[in-house]
Design a protein around this ligand. Structure first.
Ligand SMILES: [Zn+2]
Length: 454
């Protein structure tokens, strides 16, 4: 019977449904009303497929002869059934969740779900449907099917916060819409004192790997995280935590941090423009990063003042040696132009970079060189990899920093900073600085209270 109804054209379905509904009502209504109704329509007299002008019995809920509550509930269900059969409401879709597998395409997924290539074609006509090409294994698609197995709606999470919906209208045409979830920002806090290494302290403070790296980058213009870190150094970080519908979805940007290195305190506050500044408005970003290799790639047990293995003497050392595995990326310390890229017996593969008029950096013993003489390079750009070429016994980067042709210690030399905040922005920024530093302070006190409470 139901199978038969599904195959009928829509207007027939509606008529038949209404008739069925009327029959149900008749059967359920109290007998006096039913007998009264029999005057107009009779169950025995109905013929399938024939059209009847239908008059539903009027039920006034306030009337003294109202039907029992059960009958009212049944009526509501009948109305719901009518909606399903008439197939008008997207609320009535049957939902299923599909997890994308490796090697899946939308065509394959549609075929797995028993949907036709024609339906897929119609979906692809929707604006933004191309975003479905982003699917990769593990992603979820939510598929809503109508009672007759047609695709009614499809949704796909583009990110934690954004969902793509592709919805069929009454004519089976698809339109797309995108919905942004509201992200609530709360603040997380971590602080630690370094005893073994910066990395370990970060992990113990509960920071993620990327937060530890971000912190090192944030202070990487002031502190050489390979050479300068000492036991007793400490840091405090205030960072965003993102919540959707009260659920933690991940940590976000650092909004303020303090790093105390060998007694010197450095503070960084994030401005609305996305850059970090010191409390006085000067830019955290400087013309040079202190270390041209990532701190977590350098062996900590390296002694830069060791006896030279070939000459047997403590070498008059014009630079800093960073011991790292062959293949570890070497970064340009600042923007500039490559003035030398070559090989010699002593230096092995080497690169010299000129930065403006006064500054030059040199990188020796490279395994490979990624830039040629004359090339322009950006700060942080990979220029080659650590190696053991030239007169060395083990892989390391020998790094030199020259100001006006004179070797200087890149860890301590005063360096030009990027643009400071404009004066006009300082009053607002000062308020932000006060607020952030107060947040850090109150978190610190809480942590201290908790620790001493143990
Ligand atoms: Zn050296």
């Amino acid at each position: 019977m139901t199978q038969f109804i599904y195959r009928l054209p829509r207007q027939h379905k509606v008529v038949i449904s209404l008739v069925l509904a009327a029959l149900l009502l008749l059967a359920l209504l109290p007998s006096e009303q039913a007998s009264a109704s029999r005057n107009t329509t009779s169950a025995e007299a109905l013929e399938l497929g024939k059209r009847y002008s239908l008059k539903l019995p009027e039920v006034d809920p306030t009337a003294p002869s109202q039907p029992s509550t059960d009958a009212v509930v049944e009526q509501a269900e009948v109305a719901a059934q009518l909606q399903v059969l008439a197939n008008e409401s997207p609320d009535e879709l049957q939902w299923q969740s599909y997890q994308v597998r490796s090697g899946d395409s939308m065509a394959r997924i549609f075929s797995r779900l028993g949907l036709t290539p024609q339906q897929l074609y119609r979906v692809t006509q929707a604006e933004d449907a191309a975003l479905l090409q982003r699917i990769h294994p593990g992603d979820r698609l939510n598929i809503g099917l109508t009672a007759d197995g047609e695709l009614g709606q499809l949704s796909y999470d583009l990110s934690d916060v954004e969902t793509l919906f592709i919805t069929a209208d009454e004519d089976g045409r698809f339109a797309s819409s995108r919905e942004l979830k509201e992200v609530e920002i709360r603040y997380g806090f971590a602080d630690a004192t370094i005893s073994s290494s910066f990395w370990n302290a970060g992990v113990q403070a509960g920071l993620t790997q990327s937060q530890i790296m971000n912190l090192a980058e944030l202070f990487g213009w002031d502190v050489d995280f390979v050479m300068d870190i000492r036991p007793g150094d400490n840091f405090s970080v205030l960072f965003e935590q993102r919540f959707i519908d009260g659920e933690y979805v991940g940590s976000g940007r650092i909004v303020a941090a303090e790093f105390v290195n060998q007694g010197d305190s450095f503070k960084a506050i994030r401005h609305d423009n996305g850059n970090y500044y010191k409390p006085d408005g000067s830019n955290m970003r400087q013309a040079f990063i202190r270390a041209p290799v990532a701190f977590n790639r350098v062996s900590s047990d390296f002694n830069p003042r060791r006896v030279h293995p070939v000459t047997g003497q403590v070498r008059a050392h014009n630079g800093i040696d960073y011991a790292a595995a062959t293949g570890t990326p070497v970064m340009a310390a600042g923007d500039g132009r490559v003035v030398q890229s070559g090989f010699s017996d002593l230096n092995g593969n080497y690169i010299f970079i000129q930065h403006g008029e006064r500054y030059m950096t040199k990188y020796l013993h490279l395994h490979r060189r990624d830039v040629q003489r004359g090339a322009r390079v950006r700060q942080g750009q990979r220029i080659g990899t650590v190696g053991a070429t030239g007169r060395v016994t083990g892989p390391h980067l020998h790094y030199e920093f020259l100001v006006d042709g004179v070797h200087r210690n890149p860890r301590t030399v005063e360096l030009p900073a990027a643009e400071s905040l404009p004066k006009g922005e300082m009053p607002a920024f000062n308020m932000m600085v006060q607020q952030r530093l107060a947040q850090i302070q109150s978190h610190r006190e809480q942590q201290l209270a908790m620790r001493s409470g143990d």
